[in-house]
Design a binder for this molecule. Structure first.
Ligand SMILES: Cc1cc2nc3c(=O)[nH]c(=O)nc-3n(C[C@H](O)[C@H](O)[C@H](O)COP(=O)(O)OP(=O)(O)OC[C@H]3O[C@@H](n4cnc5c(N)ncnc54)[C@H](O)[C@@H]3O)c2cc1C
Ligand SMILES: Cc1ncc(C[n+]2csc(CCOP(=O)(O)OP(=O)(O)O)c2C)c(N)n1
Ligand SMILES: [Mg+2]
Length: 575
């Protein structure tokens, strides 16, 4: 048997830990690693066109499974391309290991061809970034990196010079088992008593539920019913808490509904469960705030809290429930539910086929997609207006998932995330809701669909514009500039890449085209010419008011209801 190389120990360690694939683009400095993956059946090399896509795909896989995933880039520019996707994974707390190949070790520090310092460069988007400079460090440094990514939730980076990867190993691979991070952390009895006391005293409680509620759906709903508390959710919380929830009053934030905003403002006590909702203007100023988060450093990060406790959402609720008397007064919940019903009606009324100069309403596309998609579909959505349509028109059910670049906010995320999702779940329908700007930014990944033979469905919201930015400009009083896109025929482009391409130019073609694409066994792209004026100001708004309230108007515009501008203006939000 040939002696083991450092690269072999690395790959064996990954295999032993259950890693199924490594996303990346090869290169000289990575040759040892790709060569070691080549003959192995337990782990696959996933060849994408741009390393940024590798990191997004690995991040999506990690978000969907909660397990460690891996991406790799060759030295210098190769791994530099990973960085944006790694930022996204890190901010999403997705456990991703990045293997950053490094220039030959004797050259480090001499300004050699392609020289960068990944252990420094990736410092800001990782919990751990170290250089392996000699065989004796393997597998120890790799194991530390893997454990750190999983235990802390986020990225770890190992920089490995190509020559070190090819040297003889001094130690074999270990059977590193990566257990899931502990989720049973709960507050102390005395903290639970304090939470109970605050909740019992309150006349009205609202819950803001975030991504930390994953796996605790029933517990959160039980708690809400006991407290007669409306449940507002964040975008990242949507997939975990919106469905089968009689207390659901929608999302808050710029893309949220006024019902969610008001339910938080009107409460005596706001209970934050597993959320790091970033927009501080939307937190109430008068309510007492209780925050439950499994990470102590998250407490009070966005708004001052009356009481912060460190605990897992499910475990904390399990401790709270037996001590909470039922609340009889459901006035607060009833009025929040009624307001939400009204907002929802308004939004649904916008999701009609409708044509402006032959263009389809984008809301309608999302609405039909929601109807036609499988019960356990995985959706990804680009940053830009596709995020708006996904947030508002996709309904979740406990089986579907929605992945986006929600915390990092990077364009072009949807297609590479869909690639990661589809490879992880080959039997499930995976749909990328792409912007025309977003798709073009990592357009090469369309070729990846054919190369890897994966049946991702790409729905392109073709508005010939960077529409989200166009809207931001208008609402902030800037003249529209630099947002127009001269687009290709994306359907023809897809066809030339061996991907089924369908083009929709009027709303009556939306349903048949989406049906055909979803039924197609291979990859498919549907481009829909959508109106970009859709989210422009509603007619009841005075221009003066628009200028005065800037971004704040965006919320009202997205809500589709002019009256909400006036309503929220009284709160001095965004002034
Ligand atoms: C164009 C655009 C517009 C957006 N508009 C909106 C908007 O209008 N509204 C909106 O809500 N979002 C919006 N977002 C997304 C927003 O930026 C944030 O990503 C989102 O609000 C964060 O949701 P979160 O707090 O649930 O998730 P995270 O930020 O991931 O926070 C989750 C928290 O839960 C904690 N946690 C994890 N597991 C547990 C556990 N088991 N128990 C306890 N705690 C746990 C974590 O430590 C963390 O603090 C938008 C994004 C984009 C790109
Ligand atoms: C990498 C990156 N560049 C720029 C931005 C700023 N930005 C946010 S949304 C957006 C427009 C997205 O356009 P498109 O994908 O066409 O979606 P649309 O809003 O038009 O539906 C831009 C430029 C960003 N978020 N990320
Ligand atoms: Mg666009």
């Amino acid at each position: 048997m040939a002696p083991q190389r450092v690269a072999d120990v690395l790959v064996d360690t990954l295999v032993n830990a259950g890693v199924k694939r490594v996303y990346g683009v090869p290169g000289d400095s990575l040759n040892g690693i790709t060569d070691s993956i080549r003959p192995r059946k337990e782990i696959a090399w996933v060849h994408v066109r741009n390393e940024e896509a590798a990191a997004f795909a690995a991040g999506a896989e990690a978000q969907l499974t909660g397990r460690l995933t891996v991406c790799a880039g060759s030295c210098g520019p190769g791994n530099l391309h990973l960085i944006n996707g790694l930022f996204d994974a890190h901010r999403s707390r997705a456990p991703v290991l990045a293997i950053a190949a490094q220039i030959p070790s004797p050259e480090i520090g001499g300004g050699y061809f392609q020289e960068t310092h990944p252990d420094r460069l990736f410092g800001e988007c990782s919990h751990y970034a170290e250089l392996i400079s000699q065989p004796e460090q393997m597998p120890r440094i790799l194991e530390i990196a893997m454990r750190t990514a999983v235990a802390r939730g986020g990225v770890a980076v190992v920089a490995l010079p190509g020559d070190v990867a090819l040297r003889s190993a001094t130690e074999g691979a270990t059977g590193l088992t990566l257990s899931d991070p502990p989720t049973q952390i709960r507050p102390t009895d005395s903290e639970i008593s304090q939470v109970v006391a605050l909740l019992t005293k309150a006349k009205s409680v609202t819950i803001l539920a975030g991504a930390g509620c994953a796996g605790a759906h029933d517990a959160v709903v039980d708690l809400a019913q006991r407290l007669k508390a409306p449940v507002v959710h964040t975008l990242r919380g949507k997939a975990f808490i919106e469905y089968a929830n009689p207390c659901d009053v929608g999302m808050t934030g710029l893309l949220g509904y006024s019902a969610g905003y008001h339910a938080m403002q009107a409460a005596d006590v706001l209970l934050l469960l597993g959320t790091d909702f970033p927009y501080r203007q939307f937190y109430p100023s008068k309510a007492s705030i209780i925050q439950v988060d499994v990470r102590g450093e998250q407490i009070g990060r966005r708004t001052p809290v009356t009481l912060g406790v460190v605990g897992d959402v499910g475990a904390t609720i399990a401790a709270l429930l037996p001590q909470l008397p039922p609340t009889r007064d459901d006035h607060h919940l009833a009025s929040a539910l009624a307001a939400y019903g009204k907002s929802r009606e308004g939004l649904d009324s916008l999701a009609t086929g409708g044509n402006e100069g032959g263009k389809t309403h984008p809301q309608y596309v999302a609405h039909v997609l929601n109807e036609l998609a499988a019960d356990d579909a995985i959706f990804t959505c680009d940053v830009g207006t596709p995020t708006v349509w996904a947030a508002r028109y996709l309904s979740m059910n406990g089986k579907r998932r929605l992945v986006g670049s929600f915390n990092h906010g990077s364009m072009a995320n949807a297609l590479p995330q869909a690639i990661g999702a589809q490879l992880t779940y080959p039997g499930r329908q995976v749909i990328s809701m792409s912007g025309d700007g977003g798709l073009a930014m990592l357009l090469g990944e369309l070729l990846t669909l054919r190369q890897l033979e994966i049946p991702v469905k790409v729905v392109v919201f073709k508005n010939d514009s960077l529409a989200f930015v166009n809207l931001e400009m208008l609402s902030a009083g800037f003249l529209d500039f630099a947002t127009n896109l001269t687009n290709p025929d994306f359907a023809a482009l897809a066809e030339s890449a061996g991907v089924l391409g369908l083009s929709v130019s009027s709303s009556d073609q939306v349903r048949p085209a989406l049906t055909q694409a979803l039924a197609h066994p291979g990859p498919a792209l549907v481009e829909v010419a959508v109106s970009r004026q859709e989210i422009i100001l509603p007619p009841t708004i005075e221009l003066d008011l628009v200028r005065k309230f800037g971004l704040f108007v965006v919320k009202a515009v997205f809500s589709g209801k002019g009256d909400e501008v006036i309503d929220l203006a009284k709160t001095t939000l965004w002034r």
